[in-house]
Design a protein around this ligand. Structure first.
Ligand code: NAD
Ligand code: MG
Ligand code: MG
Ligand code: MG
Ligand code: MG
Length: 328
């Protein structure tokens, strides 16, 4: 595994070059401000009627349309939502690409699944912070950075990797370390992680545990604290000290009970499903399903959002977070 730090980066590759950041949301705002504060020449490309236009101006960022920014810049860093990137690329970015430019991303999705097919005459790179935009910005201001991933899909100029690393340096990522990967690996593992463990798996585990206790007649408030609130404390321990550190900090009873019961919760059948979910990602079945969902106006997502907002655990959580001063 190759990891790059500040000493491995040659910032000269971006000397006299302009970086256009397309989009000013979670990542766009953080990365463009960090790169500008690091002394890079950064412009922001946005829709004239979008909400972000005024926000970017209020941060003293040079703002122009996506078309103008793509035409003017040497590096075009696409940080708008993945599901609209292909459409915006076709309409507003593609024609501005000149020979030797770099088309850059923070997620490999559209390149890997070939929704965007760039010309041969440009570099295609990825520099992806492993953290949400607010953390990317805050860590940078604190003098550090979040770790990142770097990948090169197409190296036209011969220094595409250095261009991507210099952008990562501008965002503060090389202070923590930037791991080399490929578009394929980043895209497939990112989707797997969010579906199986981080977003899908974690919420289903919490929900199932909470509902089991409530259906058995326990108070929902107590069930909430036990199955949801406390999870953060356990995850923080694992994050800081690994499984061993967590087992050491919890009681011996929790350690024995956890170790003897956990594979009855995530069973062989669950692992088989994990493999199937991974296959759906690898074959492009998931990407196709998500593209169709978007084309038809997101009927499933809207229905699931409505159901999710009605869950008992969400109602309990809202009430309890207020009582504990965690949420206004
Ligand atoms: P986001 O949803 O926060 O981006 C919204 C912004 O996109 C808006 O503020 C607007 O400026 C712009 N935008 C929306 N529609 C537009 C249009 N039609 N034309 C022009 N601009 C438009 O996006 P994000 O979460 O920052 O994600 C950006 C990229 O970064 C994605 O590729 C994502 O996978 C990747 N990424 C995100 C995170 C994260 O934590 N959010 C982490 C790593 C990588
Ligand atoms: Mg979201
Ligand atoms: Mg993701
Ligand atoms: Mg307990
Ligand atoms: Mg212990």
């Amino acid at each position: 595994m190759k990891i790059y730090y500040e000493k491995d980066v040659n910032m000269d590759v971006l000397k006299d070059k302009t970086v256009a950041v397309i989009g000013y949301g979670s990542q766009g705002m953080a990365q463009s401000r960090n790169m500008a504060d690091s002394g890079l020449d950064v412009i922001v490309g946005l829709r004239k009627d979008g909400d972000s236009w005024e926000t970017a101006i209020s941060h003293d960022m040079p703002v122009m349309t996506v078309e103008e920014a793509s035409k003017e810049a040497d590096v075009i860093h696409v940080l708008i939502p993945d599901e609209i990137q292909a459409q915006v690329y076709e309409k507003s970015i593609k024609d501005g690409l000149k020979e030797g430019n770099t088309l850059s991303f923070s997620h490999g999705y559209n390149i890997h699944f070939q929704y965007i097919n760039p010309p041969k005459k440009v570099n295609v790179t990825m520099i992806a912070p492993k953290g949400p935009g607010s953390t990317v910005r805050q860590q940078y201001l604190d003098g550090f950075g979040v770790p990142g991933l770097v990948a090169v899909e197409q190296d036209y100029t011969g220094d595409a990797l250095q261009v991507a690393l210099a952008m990562g340096q501008g965002s503060g990522l090389t202070r923590a370390g930037v791991l080399e990967t490929t578009f394929k690996e980043e895209t497939e593992t990112d989707l797997f992680g969010e579906q199986v463990v981080l977003c899908g798996g974690a919420t289903e585990l919490i929900k199932a545990g909470f509902e089991t206790l409530v259906e058995a007649g326990y108070q929902p408030e107590v069930a909430y604290f036990e199955t949801c609130h406390e999870l953060k404390l356990i995850v923080d321990l694992i994050y800081q000290k690994g499984f061993a550190g967590m087992w050491n900090d919890v009681s011996n009873t929790a350690e024995f009970g956890g170790l003897t019961r956990r594979d009855r919760v995530i069973t062989d059948e669950s692992r088989k499903e994990m493999k199937k979910i991974l296959e759906e990602i690898q074959t492009g079945k998931f990407a196709k399903e998500w593209a169709l969902e978007n084309q038809s106006g997101r009927p499933q997502l809207n229905r699931m959002r409505a159901i999710e907002s009605e869950l008992e655990i969400e109602k309990q959580g809202k009430k309890l977070r207020k009582l504990c001063g965690l949420e206004k």
